[in-house]
Every structure is written in structure tokens, then in C-alpha cells.
Design a protein around this ligand. Structure first.
Ligand SMILES: C[S@@+](CC[C@H](N)C(=O)[O-])C[C@H]1O[C@@H](n2cnc3c(N)ncnc32)[C@H](O)[C@@H]1O
Length: 281
């Protein structure tokens, strides 16, 4: 399906709704001016930005740990060496102590907010999920593999860190922790905004609330900004149709692709989903 899958840059973190399998499709359909800024108000793992690799980018997300991780990779505080030492040390303890140690790390992270702890948890939790409770505490359970951080797995993560650091290097990229509205305030008509918001009508507990009112506001911003806009959103599967897409994004040009979600154990996620790229102009 994806011809250049080998060339896809895989980021060091995972999340629900990660667009790794859709990156080629996105790249094929986006026509932009490289003098403009690539703006992503819901940057998540950054997989789309890393693969588009624009010269100038504003990448925002309300998840402060993702943003701090990437800021620290960008400013050289988090390097492949730092990550290797950290994951070897804590991975060895995880191997000896198992799930109890995962919980110890999770409790420590919920106090220190350290992006390295976030990386450790994200790469050893259940399905690479990101989820916080109402009080902002990370609450994803352990993947149950004590020997999660094998030598090969640590090397893979370190290579992913090195790769994204190399892509950002020499480029004018800003990672900002902010609500999505802020990203729109930077946009001019030269710029391109790629939006991949939380899913309406599917489990959004990993990010907190994503009510319909917020989704409608996003459509209004997307229509009124001078920038071009491309939206990623699910259209339908054999059980359901996304009414919001038909109601609020019908005037954009839709490009379709079948996508199979691997993250999440829910019954509906084991079926192919039609994904849409809706482009303003
Ligand atoms: C579907 S994910 C984006 C996935 C990303 N495109 C990728 O491939 O990794 C949605 C993202 O929106 C962020 N988010 C949720 N609500 C937000 C808000 N109100 N403002 C900014 N970001 C938000 C979440 O933290 C999450 O990273």
C-alpha cells in the first residue's frame, strides 16, 4: 500500500491515533510553499512534521511532556547517549522488579514531570498509550513485559532520537505547549496548517475532553484562517459514519484512504477505517 514505507521516519514516542501509516498518503496530497511555515496545532508524536521536514515549523500540543521532550532533543539536553544511559539503568531495574518498578517510575513521573520518565513510560506501557486522569496524573498500565528494554529495543529508541534530532537540526522549528487556538494566531496566507484533532465519538480519555463544541470551533478557525488547511479525520467504518465531518468539512476537498488501527484493543479498532484528508484549497 505504502510505496516508500522504508523511508518513513518513526518518532521515539507513540500515541493513539499516530499517523505513521498515513504519512505517505499525507505527503502525496500536500502541496505547499516551503517559504511558509508548517503549523501543527496537535503535533502529538510529530511523525507528520518529521516526515514533511519543512524548513520552518510551529508545532504545538497541550501535552507538555511531549513538547518538553522535543524541546530538549532540539537544545541538546536529551541525546541518544543520555537516553541510552537512562533506559539501560531503569530498564535493568524493570527487568528485576517488574510491574512494581513500572508503578514506581509512574509515581515518580507524576511528581517530577521529567520527559525522560515520560519516554520510559510511553515505551513500556500498555500499547504505547498516553492517558491522564482528571487530575492530570498519567495512568496507563504496564505492558507486562519485564524485559521490555532489551539492548536492541534501547538501540532502536536511541536511533529514533538521533534521527529526529538530525531532522530538526538547522531548521527553524518551535515546539510550544499551548491549546490549539494559539497555533492559528501565527498563521499567514503563505503557511500550511495540518490538523489532526482528537477523535469525536471515539475514546478521547488520553487527552481529556474533546467536546463537539470544541470541534465546531476548530472548523470555524480552519475556515477563517488565511492559511491553507489540511485536516485528518476518520470518515466511516462498517459500523459508523462521522456525521461531524459531513456537516462541518463538506466544502473541503476530500481524499480517502483505508487505514487499520493497531493501537487499542477495542473491537471497532480491529476493523479498517476510512480516513480522510480534507484540504481547503
Ligand atoms: C490524534 S493526536 C495527534 C497525533 C499526531 N498527528 C501523530 O501522528 O502523532 C491529538 C493530539 O492533540 C493533542 N490535544 C488534545 N486536545 C488539545 C487541545 N485542546 N489543544 C492542543 N492540543 C490538544 C493531544 O495531546 C494529542 O497529542
Amino acid at each position: 500500500m505504502i510505496q516508500d514505507e522504508d523511508k518513513i521516519i518513526i518518532p521515539p514516542i507513540k500515541c493513539q491515533g499516530i499517523k505513521t501509516k498515513l504519512v505517505s498518503f499525507i505527503r502525496q496530497n500536500i502541496i505547499r510553499n516551503d517559504d511558509g511555515v508548517w503549523i501543527e496545532p496537535f503535533v502529538g508524536t510529530g511523525v507528520v512534521a518529521f516526515n514533511i521536514a519543512p524548513q520552518r515549523a510551529i508545532l504545538t500540543d497541550k501535552n507538555q511532556y511531549i513538547i518538553r521532550l522535543y524541546q530538549n532533543i532540539q537544545n541538546g539536553l536529551i541525546t541518544p547517549c543520555v537516553v541510552r544511559d537512562f533506559l539501560q539503568y531503569h530498564g535493568e531495574k524493570l527487568c528485576r522488579l517488574g510491574g512494581e518498578y513500572y508503578i514506581e517510575m509512574r509515581n515518580a513521573f507524576n511528581v517530577n514531570g521529567d520527559p525522560l520518565y515520560f519516554l520510559f513510560l510511553n515505551r513500556s506501557d500498555f500499547n504505547g498509550m498516553i492517558r491522564f486522569n482528571k487530575n492530570g496524573m498519567f495512568n496507563v498500565p504496564f505492558c507486562q513485559k519485564k524485559d521490555r528494554f532489551s539492548k536492541a529495543y534501547i538501540t532502536k529508541i536511541c536511533n529514533q532520537i538521533a534521527k529526529v534530532a538530525a531532522i530538526m537540526s538547522g531548521k527553524d522549528w518551535s515546539f510550544i505547549c499551548a491549546p490549539w487556538q494559539e497555533a492559528f494566531t501565527y498563521a499567514t496566507e503563505l503557511d500550511y496548517i495540518y490538523i489532526d484533532p482528537p477523535y469525536i465519538g471515539r475514546d478521547t480519555s488520553y487527552v481529556g475532553e474533546w467536546p463537539e463544541s470544541e470541534a465546531i470551533k476548530l472548523s470555524e478557525y480552519a475556515h477563517s484562517t488565511p492559511a491553507n488547511v489540511c485536516l485528518s479525520m476518520w470518515k466511516e467504518n462498517e459500523f459508523r459514519k462521522n456525521d461531524h465531518l459531513f456537516k462541518y468539512w463538506a466544502d473541503f476537498t476530500w481524499h480517502e484512504q483505508k487505514h487499520f488501527y493497531h493501537i487499542g484493543a477495542k473491537e471497532k479498532n480491529r476493523h479498517p477505517m476510512i480516513e480522510i484528508l480534507a484540504i481547503k484549497r
